[in-house]
Design a protein around this ligand. Sequence first.
Ligand code: GUN
Length: 291
Amino acid sequence: MTANRLDGKALAQEMRREMAKEVSDRVAAGKRPPGLAAVLVGENPSSHTYVRNKRKSCDEIGMANWLYHLPGDTSEQELLSLIDTLNADPAVHGILVQLPLPKQIREEAVIHAVTPLKDVDCFHPENVGRVTTGHPRYYPCTPHGVVQLVSRNGLEWSGKQVVVLGRSNIVGKPLALMLMQKATKANPAGGDATVTVAHTRTANLAAVCRGADVLIAAVGQPGCVTADMVKPGAVVVDVGTTVVDGKLRGDVDPKVTDVAGWLSPVPGGVGPMTITMLLYNTLRAAERIDG
Ligand code: GUN
């Protein structure tokens, strides 16, 4: 058996076409184009690539965007004062500070400084709390991308055993929270799935994963999900993106395609969806701020 492909690239293109129309409709109605300010500190090559891709995607749908590239020795105070300026700028609807930051800057201080209305990453504790209590303002981009990728391929969450492998603040934890909420249009994964959060130190990890109807791998360890860990016919979503010998590798071993019913590729699966949901949040932010 060869698993069906959860094609994030194709779905991202479709959703971006829809959003390009929303952007041009707003502009035609005399509103400002939605705008995303990206902040990059230092010279981390992966961060440069991510930010370049995010900005290119903004351009493709007619979204305004700006890059603030600060030197690696920028002080925390300098970065916080830039964030203050962006918080007050009416042309900026979303602020994205690319992580990781250099060690002299406290990530937590920066995340707290972005005004929650412009927090399109959904990293601010107010926005995380809103997701937790079922009153979301935004959803974090990668978990939201995973949810859309599965749901828009016609696959069900309700009544399924879902195993989230990974417990990070950016993916594992918020995805588990989304699955525990009521289903909505923006979060069709909510409802009646049974959610297990596992990690690399989970006892009997292979057996836990084999119990999953939907298995989401987000641990950042290339190839760690092997075919013997997957229930035949399961939906497997690969969130891993580790560069090995210049190539992007997921958390899921390629042989899983012989066992799974559906599998997301790396690259071309979750990655394009993450960026798409960033654009989606920036559009929602423009609606909240400008009407
Ligand atoms: N670094 C790795 N992933 C992300 C992300 O989703 N947002 C930001 N701002 N930085 C990241």
